[in-house]
Design a protein around this ligand. Structure first.
Ligand code: F6P
Length: 361
């Protein structure tokens, strides 16, 4: 008997994506060694769902040789895209314009024609909204959570997050030394979209004085007060502010545009003639690239192995997750039900406050 699994990764990349692909492929190879009457074929879709939608299809056969050593590498060998939702897929029209169309039936048709028994979809929140819709249309789908934002619920962590938090922490470490040398206020803006996990981790690990996250709207005046308290009469002192891209002042609207919030804080401090030099650093995609930390490699490997097993057990419509330190599965529907934002009673908020970090509230 022959079984075919399609791996699709979609959304933004993150450290650990290659490790999860390798784990699925190696687990399938292992299965074949054990159960020789079933032949498992693992195929990758290039550039998210493009590979199985856009003619000519771009499907690559994956085996232990093609995935050898990729678990240490950043990015994804399959390439990815966050603008390839099959329910709103960009289709070029006769006049050259592009219109978003629902091509999910074409996707399902192609899966059938090419003999796929199941799809393993690696993605973040938005990607798994697609997984759920495809499942409801009859696709045998298994999800795997990934994202640097750590904003998926019902999983302890998403792989990619720890590596991104490490990169952000290293940036704080470097900024601290130069802030101290120049008596400056240095603002580091990190990613995370609507969740402040990266900022919170980097602020605690790196020792920032101020941490601004979307879950706690802040007051500019309170930040100014905190800054003043950290400079002496001679104007000596330094401050490191870690701000999440989704953070926003009380009474204002959230505006997630790279660099917007750090420039907004910086201009406020300049307008108020704050005595120290204020500079901004936008960490950007450095947080998404590079080799995954051991934690993310292990988590990705665990979830890849589990996803293959869920295909075997026909647990479709569920996602492989790490919950309460156990690898298990849960309905995709439950995972996408709400975002995993920083809960204000979370231990890390108390820890940060306990060491004097200001959230500007
Ligand atoms: O979702 C991951 C993420 O890196 C967010 O933290 C960030 O807001 C967004 O993607 C950036 O996306 P893009 O690379 O498309 O600008």
């Amino acid at each position: 008997m022959k079984k075919r699994i399609l791996i699709v990764n979609s959304g933004g990349d993150c450290p650990g994506m290659n490790a999860v692909i390798r784990a699925i492929v190696k687990r399938a190879d292992r299965e074949q060694e054990l159960e020789q009457d079933t032949e498992w074929e693992i195929i990758g879709s290039i550039n998210a769902f493009d590979g199985i939608i856009a003619e000519p299809l771009e499907l690559v056969s994956l085996n232990s040789k093609t995935v050898r050593g990729i678990h240490v590498k950043g990015g994804t060998i399959l390439m990815t895209n966050n603008k390839r939702d099959p329910f709103h897929y960009p289709v070029v029209q006769k006049d050259g314009s592009v219109k978003n169309e629902d091509v999910s039936d074409l996707l399902i048709y192609n899966l059938k024609v090419h003999g796929f028994d199941a799809v393993i979809h690696i993605g973040g929140n938005e990607s798994h909204k697609i997984s759920q819709k495809l499942y409801e249309k009859g696709v045998n789908i298994i999800g795997i959570p990934k994202t640097i934002n750590n904003d998926l619920s019902v999983t302890d962590y998403t792989f990619g997050f720890q590596s991104a938090a490490q990169t952000a922490t290293e940036a704080v470490d470097k900024l601290v030394t130069t802030a101290r040398s120049h008596n400056r206020v240095l603002i580091l803006e990190v990613m995370g979209r609507d969740a402040g996990w990266i900022a919170l981790h980097a602020a605690i690990a790196g020792g920032a004085e101020v941490c601004l996250i979307p879950e706690i709207p802040f007051s500019m005046e309170k930040i100014l007060k905190k800054l003043k308290s950290l400079y002496n009469r001679k104007g000596r002192g330094f401050v490191n502010i870690v701000v999440a891209e989704g953070a926003y002042p009380i009474g204002e609207k959230q505006n997630i545009v790279s660099g917007a919030i750090s420039r907004r804080i910086s201009s406020f401090l300049k307008e108020r003639n704050f005595e120290a030099d204020v500079r901004e650093t936008i960490l950007g995609h450095l947080q998404r690239g590079g080799s995954p930390m051991a934690f993310d490699r292990i988590l990705a490997t665990e979830l890849g192995v589990k996803a293959f097993e869920l295909v075997k057990e026909k647990e479709f419509g569920t996602m492989a997750v790490h919950l309460n330190s156990q690898v298990t599965n849960i309905e995709i529907e439950k995972v996408i039900d709400k975002y995993n934002k920083v809960n204000l009673s979370h231990d890390l908020i108390q820890t940060a406050r306990g060491i004097g970090v200001s959230f500007g509230d």
